[in-house]
Structures are given as structure tokens and as C-alpha cells.
Design a protein around this ligand. Structure first.
Ligand code: 1HN
Length: 350
């Protein structure tokens, strides 16, 4: 039993107190002592449950959506991945939104901007691009792509294949602050910039001589070819972390900090036969399988995963990852926001 700080438990309240609660309820007041234990539990509690979207089933539904609505009509043709513990909230964790987006050949998802930050992981298909404030960047499978807050962005697919990617946004955080704005169409044309200009300018171990780093990340794409070769080199040199294998985080090239202020993103390699130790952390984490097969034990739930599956680990629930073959996992969480607030914690089991 979880110990509670409240003076008395609901259902054990005298008639006199009940009458008092009713009186103050009409005056928009409530007794703290009835809810204190829920407000400050001894350990994190969450309505989120571990959950899993196997790729084949999710992809089939997305292709059905492709028959029902165009990207132009939908603005974004996305199936939202909702945590079963948070139905109706458009959230996969308490703080983050996730979805799978489909762009068919010839389609354009129209330009807009919003205060929410987006991160993307390209799941399937070649030939599409996203553009951020006028700069086009191709999207290749496994690439990690970001759309910083308040930047105009559209997506296009001039290629021949359906393209599907994972979207993560900090929408629930922005909603918490009641700070959501959006705009559709820039007032003046966006500056013309060369394709992948930011990658050349900021992501080659060089920076423009007059660059002063700020919150905004100047890089929009982290190519999978680079990420993967880094992981493979580190696999050879070791050491392996007992819980995380080889786990790297994406970085803002100007500061070394997180790629966005709210959403952190990671890529990890679990070698074939890896049997991780259990670990829990306060940042609920959403995983996308880039390569390989394995399973994760999350609390009492086992999730067997394969390429392009999405699964989720709630806050402060033990997760243990096992890889049946060399596996690469992408993940995202609100860790940068929690670190900025000084509340992030992790507990590794021996
Ligand atoms: C959005 O702008 C995109 O630009 C995807 O691709 C998903 C979910 C909520 C709000 C804005 C996109 C979104 C979104």
C-alpha cells in the first residue's frame, strides 16, 4: 500500500466534514488534506500504461487513411498514437504527443507554424522532403529531423513511394502552459536557402565565425548514415552500458545541449544477445525500432518488437531491453524539460 499524506481517506469522512466540503465546494474551494497524497506521492504515479504499436498493423491503418483523405485536406494526414491510459488527450505520454504521418507520391502537406516543437524519425519510403523556414531537407529512412518552435514548415513528396514518418511534439506541454499559437502562410515569402544548407553550415565540426548559439537549433536533420556509423564504431570499442547498451543523445551543435528545449532524442545500439539490466527514469520514453528484433519487459508487461514498431515506457516503471539480433532503437522523451526544472531522476537496478 502506498502511504498517503492525507489526514483521512475519502469515504471515511464525518457528516459534519462532508457538509463543510459541500459548502466550500460552491465557493470554488476544496480541502487540501483530502488530495495531498495524490498531489505529492512518495514516488511518481502515472495514468500511462506501457503500450505497443506493431508496424504492420499501424501501417495498414495509415494506408487506409490514405484512401479516405488527402494530405492537403487533412493538413497533416496523421494517426495519433494515444496512450490507452490517456484516451482522448492526443498524448502518448503525459507530456508528449506522437503520431505516424503518411505522405503519398505527389502530395504536399501545406505550410504552417506553431509554438509546439516537432521531432521526426523517418520510418519508410524515400523521396520526400520537409522544409523549415524555406530550407528543404530530404528525409531518408532513419534520419532524425526537427522542426523548431515557430518555424514555418511544409512537407512534400515528389517521389514515387509512400513515405511514412513518426512525429513527436511537445503539444501537451504547450497546452499545459496555455501558450499555443499557430499561423498558416507566411506574410512574406520565405528566404530561399540551399537544400540542407544548415547541415553544411553547422553540423560538420565547424561553425560560422560570427555564430552565437541560442535556444534555436540551427540544424534540422541528423542523417542516419552518420548516426549509425557512430554507433557501430562505439560498439566495437565499448564499453556497453548494462541497461542502455550503446546509447547516444542527439545534440544541438552550437551548445552541446539538447536538440530542442523540451524534447530529447536518443539512438541506441543493442548488440545481438544483449540482456539489459532494469532501469527506470522519470522521463516516460517513446521508442521507435529502426533495426532488429528483441523484447522489452516494462513493469510486468513484455513487448516483443521488430523493425518500425513503436512502444512506450511510462515514467518510473522499470524497463529491461533484450536484443535477439543487433538492434537500433530511436527514442524521445521530455528529459531536457525535466533537467531544466531539476526534477529528472534515473534508478539503475544492479
Ligand atoms: C504538425 O504540425 C505536424 O507539421 C505533425 O507534420 C503533427 C500534431 C499536432 C500539431 C501539429 C507536422 C502535428 C502537428
Amino acid at each position: 500500500m502506498q502511504q498517503t499524506l492525507s489526514a483521512s481517506k475519502p469515504g471515511n469522512v464525518s457528516g459534519e466534514r462532508q457538509a463543510f466540503y459541500k459548502t466550500i465546494d460552491a465557493e470554488s474551494m476544496a480541502p487540501l488534506w483530502e488530495v495531498l497524497g495524490d498531489l505529492v506521492p512518495r514516488e511518481p504515479r502515472t495514468p500511462c500504461v506501457p503500450c505497443h504499436w506493431p508496424w504492420d498493423a499501424a501501417r495498414a491503418r495509415l494506408m487506409q487513411a490514405g484512401q479516405l483523405i488527402t494530405a492537403a485536406e487533412a493538413e497533416r494526414r496523421v494517426l495519433v498514437l494515444e496512450n490507452p491510459g490517456l484516451r482522448g488527450a492526443s498524448s502518448i505520454t503525459h507530456s508528449l504527443y506522437a503520431g505516424l504521418q503518411l505522405l503519398l507520391p505527389g502530395e504536399i502537406a501545406p505550410v504552417h507554424r506553431h509554438t509546439a516543437t516537432a521531432v521526426r524519425l523517418i520510418m519508410e519510403g524515400e523521396g520526400a522532403y520537409t522544409s523549415v523556414d524555406g530550407e528543404r531537407t530530404p528525409m531518408h529512412v532513419g534520419d532524425f529531423v526537427i522542426t523548431p518552435s515557430w518555424t514555418f514548415h511544409d512537407h512534400g513528396n515528389p517521389g514515387k513511394e509512400a513515405v511514412i514518418w513518426f512525429d513527436g511534439l511537445d503539444v501537451p506541454i504547450i497546452k499545459l502552459f496555455d501558450a499555443a499559437f499557430s499561423e498558416h502562410q507566411p506574410a512574406s515569402p520565405l528566404p530561399a536557402r540551399a537544400e540542407d544548407d544548415s547541415l553544411a553550415r553547422y553540423a560538420g565540426n565547424l561553425l560560422p565565425v560570427d555564430y552565437r548559439a541560442g535556444l534555436a537549433n540551427p540544424v534540422f536533420r541528423y542523417p542516419y548514415a552518420q548516426t549509425r556509423s557512430t554507433l557501430v564504431r562505439l560498439q566495437a570499442s565499448g564499453p556497453l552500458h548494462s541497461a542502455h547498451g550503446i546509447r547516444m543523445r542527439f545534440a544541438h551543435p552550437g551548445t552541446g545541449g539538447w536538440p530542442t528545449p523540451t524534447i530529447g532524442a536518443f539512438m541506441q545500439l543493442l548488440p545481438k544477445g544483449f540482456e539489459g539490466t532494469a532501469c527506470r527514469s522519470t522521463d516516460a520514453t517513446v521508442y521507435c525500432v529502426v533495426e532488429g528484433r528483441g523484447h522489452s519487459d516494462i513493469g510486468g508487461t513484455r513487448i516483443n518488437w521488430g523493425p518500425r514498431d513503436v512502444f512506450m515506457v511510462p515514467s518510473w516503471v522499470d524497463a529491461r531491453h533484450t536484443a535477439g539480433e543487433d538492434a537500433v532503437l530511436f527514442s524521445m522523451s521530455d528529459r531536457p524539460a525535466q533537467l531544466a526544472l531539476g526534477i529528472w531522476r534515473e534508478a539503475l537496478q544492479p
